[in-house]
Design a protein around this ligand. Sequence first.
Ligand SMILES: [Fe+2]
Ligand SMILES: [Fe+2]
Length: 283
Amino acid sequence: MARIVVLSDIHLSPTHGFFWENWCTARAFANAASADAVIVNGDLTINGADSDAEIAFAANALTSLRAPVMTLPGNHDVGDEPPGQDPNQIIDADRLARWGRFFESDRWTLDVGGWRLVGVNAQLLGSGLAREKAQDEWLDEKLEAVARRPIALFLHKPLFLELPTEDVVTPACIAPLARARLLDGLHRYDVRLIVSGHLHQHRDRMLAGLRHLWVPAVAFAAPQSHGGDSRCGITVLDFSSDSLQVTIERPRALVSHDLAAIKGHGRYQFLRDMPACPPSHEG
Ligand SMILES: [Fe+2]
Ligand SMILES: [Fe+2]
């Protein structure tokens, strides 16, 4: 048996501290949870795609977690795959290099509770960058190497919104071509679970033999509903040799912030454009 705590979309920033108290609540929960590891599933920052200071701040915050920490980047950390939410923040080699200066990697494997957990950089999928091809090969190798273990895949973005066959290109999920390629590969192995963040809502479905778990955000509630529960939360995964228990925890102190209200109902397009309001406490 192994316990993994998933903290997704924590959105920390040294200059914009809207979500710092939620982070402190999530950290206290994770540190009391006897976790074997904490997975931080992307969007560690608000503006890490353009700021060393943001990535450094988030990396430092994660050092106060007691369990081993496995991190994956999100669109706020290394930019979006094209066409993206913001044409000025598309993933590129410089942004990946910034991530690489603060974190060991943007992909990993972790063998726990009889399962193999594999984390990949969702922002590379459909990017056309050299690292996308390298990641594809790496993933294939890591799945191929698993003998008789169920596999869970972690990445920042969900593979699709409603159905694996949908063909709309949207920054809300992985692009259709990249998704089809990934699913083709996954179906060759005993992949049972796909865990994603990004949409800031909890939804849990079985589709074509795969369990697609959208985990809630730590920072703020979903600004747009895609059929899930928009409230903030923390995900606990208890893996045993052939089964999995999923629990969504919502400590009372975790506030499901309304993003539109924080941004002045249209006054600011991006949180990074807002006047500075640093976190009340650091560390
Ligand atoms: Fe996010
Ligand atoms: Fe995101």
